[in-house]
Design a protein around this ligand. Structure first.
Ligand SMILES: C[S@@+](CC[C@H](N)C(=O)[O-])C[C@H]1O[C@@H](n2cnc3c(N)ncnc32)[C@H](O)[C@@H]1O
Length: 305
């Protein structure tokens, strides 16, 4: 019934899944060959049973496959029909407020032949975007696609680097992440053997340290450690663990490259190195929508949350 790219399980995973875009508790599955009005009525009944009170963020998505993409208009139309049948004062339009508002995320998944409705409290959701597809326009002045990975990682964090904070960016060139951090008002120490874009290299809040990240020692502890180094995952994890152990940074956002086919054994070791050897806490590991053969790790040091 579920079809391509959707996975159903009887049990909630004990650890948040790394490679799933999103995860919802299925409230009902319906044949899609019925009148939209009837379908909407069935969906609304399930939603009201599962969440009789409180704010709702209502979204629709289609499976991320060619057959799924062809259903985008159908999904939009169904979303509108369901929306008109729910009390207006329960619908929260500002999705970005869903976590602090304690809202329930209700997702309609319009798949070939079937429509599912599911829900998850926004605070526990893997992503607040429909189906976890965090679409983002490429920032006009960003020098690399990498900037979008950073923006997506920051959207999903409870706080972000701000004015005056010190950020170390390991593997910074050509400067997509550095540029986004500078735009937020942060001071950036960009460590890379390769060149930064000239306007960043000359920026007054950017210091380019032209050396290998493995040889770099910070002069003062940083607020944030960013890392997008194209290097072997276990060696990068060990480097990040050293930063954690030595208290060189408070918050961590790192993109770990996983070009190998069997990613899970390496991921387990990366997790172990970061938490057991590095003392990093509140670790999240997720393959974001903009990640390719890579995952994004976020973490904090004890007492910082
Ligand atoms: C994917 S790119 C980083 C893109 C960057 N985040 C951006 O937004 O523009 C990977 C970078 O890692 C750097 N790198 C690889 N090994 C490194 C090392 N040992 N020390 C510092 N940088 C390294 C490469 O020079 C390259 O610039």
């Amino acid at each position: 019934m579920l079809g391509e790219v959707l996975v159903e399980s009887d049990q909630r995973p004990t650890e948040p899944p790394v490679f799933a875009r999103t995860g919802i508790r299925v409230l009902g599955s319906f044949e899609s060959r019925q009148a939209p009005e009837k379908l909407a009525e069935l969906i609304v009944d399930r939603v009201k049973q599962a969440a009789p009170t409180g704010s709702l963020v209502l979204q629709a998505f289609t499976p991320d496959s060619p057959a799924g993409n062809r259903l985008a208009d159908e999904a939009d139309a169904l979303l509108e029909t369901v929306r008109t049948r729910l009390p207006k004062d329960r619908l929260l339009e500002e999705t970005w407020r869903a976590r602090e508002a304690g809202a329930m995320l209700v997702e309609l998944c319009v798949a070939p032949g079937a429509v599912m409705v599911g829900s998850v409290p926004a605070r526990e959701a893997l992503s607040l975007s429909p189906g976890g597809r965090q679409r983002m326009r490429r920032p006009g002045d960003a020098p690399s696609r990498a900037a979008m990975k950073l923006e997506e990682a920051l959207i999903n964090m409870p706080f972000e680097p701000g004015r005056g904070e010190v950020c170390v960016d390991l593997g910074a060139a050509p400067g997509g992440w550095t540029q986004r951090l500078v735009a937020r008002g942060a001071r950036v120490i960009a460590v890379d053997t390769a060149k930064l874009l000239p306007e960043l290299a000359e920026h007054q809040r950017v210091e380019h340290v032209h050396m290998s990240a493995f040889d770099y020692t910070p002069e003062e502890p940083a607020d944030w450690l960013f890392c997008d180094m194209a290097w072997r995952p276990l060696e990068v994890a060990q480097l990040l663990a050293k930063w954690g152990r030595r208290g060189w940074a408070t918050h961590l956002v790192a993109n770990i490259k996983l070009p190998m086919k069997d990613k899970n054994p390496i991921l387990l070791r990366v997790r172990h190195i970061l938490t057991e050897d590095g003392g990093w806490q509140s670790l999240t590991i997720r393959q974001l929508y903009h990640d390719r053969d890579e995952v994004t790790v976020t973490a904090h040091r004890a007492g910082t949350l």
